[in-house]
Design a protein around this ligand. Structure first.
Ligand code: PRP
Ligand code: URA
Length: 214
């Protein structure tokens, strides 16, 4: 895959270890859900390190008063792409408990692989926030591209980041080129897509594995 300035691939050994278990078809729904949350927390820690909104406040220690940095976590909005993105929300909330959540519902047509939007509910004032769009799977890139386009064009969002656990080269390139102003974080880059648009080796259908729908 071409190198993009707006793409970060983590390839961290701890994340790789968790993804290896996530891929295993024998991993239970409960363990799958927990791993998605844990991986998301690790990704969030790294993805937001340069632009976590902060505020300086005074703290009185037993010895003196000093100025300290606090996180303004109400200036972040988490936007999961339904369904599978829901599995990542708690993983971000562990670090940013007051972050609001907006939902964008998208499903891929099984034949054409085109995304269809069926739901959108976002917090008021989202245009002034750092918007963290989350979806475990970045396959063709259609769903992520459309969700980001919606946030920009209909809601005026200007500061958007996108996090996916597994990306296919096709999807990463598509989002990186369509939205050069959006920083994309992917834990691991897989080989390719199969003829049905599934990521190989991948982990199967993330929504089905998270919610036990198969
Ligand atoms: C999955 C996944 C992404 C999308 C990725 O959702 O969670 O949203 O596919 O594919 P793309 O990059 O080719 O658009 P799906 O459409 O299966 O819906 P679901 O989460 O409700 O199962
Ligand atoms: N959506 C998934 O859940 N898995 C894939 O491999 C591709 C899209």
């Amino acid at each position: 895959m071409k190198k993009y300035d707006n793409v970060v691939i983590f390839d961290h050994p701890l994340i790789k270890h968790k993804i290896a278990i996530l891929r295993d078809e024998k991993t239970s729904m409960k363990e799958f859900r927990e791993l998605v949350e844990e991986i998301t927390t690790l990704m969030t820690f790294e993805s937001l390190k340069d632009d976590v909104p902060t505020v300086e406040k005074e703290v009185k220690t037993p010895l003196e008063t000093c100025t300290q940095t606090f996180v303004k976590d109400n200036s972040i909005v988490i936007v999961p792409i339904l369904r599978a993105g829901l599995g990542m929300v708690n993983g971000v909330h562990v670090l940013f408990p007051s972050a609001r959540v907006g939902h964008i519902g998208m499903y891929r047509d099984e034949e054409t692989l085109e995304p269809h939007s069926y739901y959108c509910k976002l917090p008021k004032g989202i245009e002034d926030k750092l918007v963290l769009v989350v979806d475990p799977m970045l396959a063709t890139g259609g769903s992520a591209c459309d969700a980001i386009k919606l946030l920009k064009e209909e809601y005026g969002c200007t500061h958007i980041k996108f996090m996916a656990i597994i990306g296919a080269p096709e999807g990463v390139s598509k989002v990186a080129e369509a939205h050069p102003d959006v920083k994309i974080y992917v834990s691991t880059l897989d080989r390719c897509l199969n003829e049905n648009g599934y990521i190989l080796p991948g982990l199967g259908d993330a929504g089905d594995r998270l919610f036990g729908t198969k």
